[in-house]
Design a protein around this ligand. Structure first.
Ligand code: GLN
Length: 532
């Protein structure tokens, strides 16, 4: 508890519009401060009334990120982990709904002793408490507030962080991300929306210490001068952030403009000199043109929004850089394969099927997995992608009706079926098998070679599992169960030893991949695709 006294807070808010990359910017600021020797923690406060991100539609909200301790969280936590190389926890992602739930439960339990329960100070107090708890033990706790200032839902959050600056004088700093639109018709950048956003922030009592100005193209310094002048902010505290070649360039841009020093000065920290060499190396590996290109087909079902599989793509990219190849990937609509067949898959040097839920598109995925099996195309199946490979293998071995009971609960040959302890659970809200679980890897398997160990822990998010009653069919098709839960009851990893690379995992390895250290399964997959 005592160390709480030493935690400093940086609040990152956004103005004008959402979707500007606030999470990446906040994480980059964290990376810069970390390189200055500060112990950093991060937290996302979302203003949605949902309790967590588990029930949000991935096609709209983006990927549901899973932490080691099983939080179903906002995808910004993925940026935090990749930029800080630190694992987040349940405390790192908080949505309004979770706080309201606690507030109302406490009220019903009589904890307010007859008081009127109000947004201020009770709800705001709860917000502050979750921030303080999540920041315990770190030098700087970076808190990103979701949405934009001025949203009805964010009002209490703004009040809570304003009060924090009074409660912890000298230990809070504010960074505000705004948008600078370019008007093609008059060929100029417009600073007015940013000015208005700063006025909105002032109206809730916050003057930012850092203003980060996002634009699609590089903007002239005159724009920054104008924003500084009309926003009442020192010029050096307004930093232009045009679109970067890769997101990993953002820490370098922040460092160039001394963002870390500005925050450190405000917080009276005595940091060491920054060291952003790691990010220079990552940017170099991400932007150089390699001789060879691998073309990966990602067979999936939520294709309206690229954020849905953010960590999968980042893991593929990082594996491509480590293997010195350019990465090209196509999104392939699984339902289209059902209609048009697998012919178009011949052009790929590797096929990946990521996670997903519900019956739609599954048949196309089974066909794609079978295609990879029959044509010796490197295949990586993640969670649902592994399950569909198992269906494909069982059918290949003659079990014509092999199916997942996610499609049809009473299917005659459920090679994938609901886990025993999931049957009685409600279908929503934090009830899946979530977070880290251990797995024993078979000696001599490809999984062992890739991981370099027999004992791994990976993050999970699933309800269904492989039915081992049908093991002889998988074997007959050439599929080996190469990883199981320690007691052998749950299948965790499968592979086809006769093929160049055919691996499936019940877990989500993408969440543990890092830009400078690809996850071994992704690394092996891309290496095989490069050879092919
Ligand atoms: N829908 C499958 C299950 O619940 C797969 C889940 C996933 O891909 N994360 O087991």
């Amino acid at each position: 508890m005592e160390r709480t006294n030493f935690t400093h807070y940086v609040f990152v808010t956004g103005g004008v519009i959402s979707g500007l990359g606030k999470g990446i910017t906040a994480a980059s600021l964290g990376a810069v401060l970390r390189s200055k020797g500060q112990k950093i923690s991060m937290q996302k406060l979302d203003v949605y009334l949902n309790v967590d991100a588990g029930t949000l539609r991935p096609a709209e909200h983006g990927e549901c990120y899973v932490t080691k301790d099983g939080a179903e969280a906002d995808l910004d936590l993925g940026h935090y982990e990749r930029f800080l190389d630190t694992e987040m926890t349940q405390k790192s992602s908080v949505m309004s709904g979770k706080l309201f739930l606690k507030l109302i439960e406490d009220e019903r339990a009589g904890k307010y002793g007859g008081e009127d329960v109000q947004m201020v100070p009770h709800f705001t107090g709860l917000i502050q408490q979750t921030i303080i708890e999540a920041g315990e033990g770190s030098d700087v706790h970076i808190v990103e507030i979701g949405g934009t200032v001025g949203d009805i839902e964010s009002t209490a959050f703004m009040e809570a962080i304003r009060e924090m600056a009074l409660k912890f004088p000298g230990r809070c700093a504010f960074a505000h991300l705004v948008y600078l639109p370019w008007l093609g018709t008059s060929k100029e950048f417009k600073t007015k929306p940013a000015q208005n956003a700063l006025r909105d922030l002032r109206s809730v009592g916050i003057i930012p210490d850092l203003v980060l100005v996002r634009s699609e193209k590089p903007a002239p310094t005159a724009a920054a001068e104008k924003i500084a002048m009309f926003g009442g902010i020192p010029r050096e505290s307004v930093i232009l952030l045009p679109n970067a070649r890769t997101v990993y360039e953002v820490p370098l841009t922040l460092e160039d403009h001394k963002a870390g020093d500005i925050i450190a000065r405000k917080l009276n920290l005595k940091p060491k000199k920054s060291d952003v060499k790691k990010w220079q190396r990552v940017v170099e590996s991400a932007t150089v043109a390699y001789q060879k290109t691998v073309k990966i087909g990602v067979v999936a079902k939520y294709l309206d929004n690229e954020d849905t599989y953010f960590s999968v793509i980042e893991a593929l990219r990082s594996a491509a850089w480590a293997n010195h190849v350019n990465l090209k990937f196509d999104w392939i609509d699984a339902e289209k394969i059902e209609l048009e067949g697998v012919e178009s898959l011949h052009q790929y040097s590797g096929l990946l099927i990521p996670g997903g839920f519900g019956a739609r598109g599954l048949e196309g995925m089974v066909q794609a997995a079978r295609f990879a099996m029959d044509n010796n195309v490197p295949y990586l199946g993640i969670c649902l992608g592994m399950q569909m490979a198992v269906v494909a293998a069982a059918r290949k071995a003659g079990l014509a009706n092999a199916q997942t009971s996610e499609v049809e609960p009473l299917t005659p040959d459920p090679v994938i079926y609901i886990m025993a302890n999931q049957k009685s659970k409600e279908l929503t809200g934090g009830t899946m098998r979530l977070g880290n679980y251990p797995c024993k890897i078979k000696k001599g398997s490809q999984a062992e070679k890739l991981y370099g160990t027999h004992w791994i822990e990976e993050r999970h998010r699933h309800r269904y599992e492989v039915n081992q009653k049908y093991n002889k069919f998988y074997e007959q098709a050439g599929m080996l169960i190469s990883g199981t839960s320690p007691d052998g009851s749950l299948v965790e990893v499968i592979e086809m030893p006769e093929l160049n690379f055919f691996v499936g995992t019940q877990a989500h390895p993408e969440f543990r991949s890092r830009p400078d250290r690809p996850h071994p399964l992704f690394n092996g997959f891309v290496a095989a695709a490069k050879k092919g």
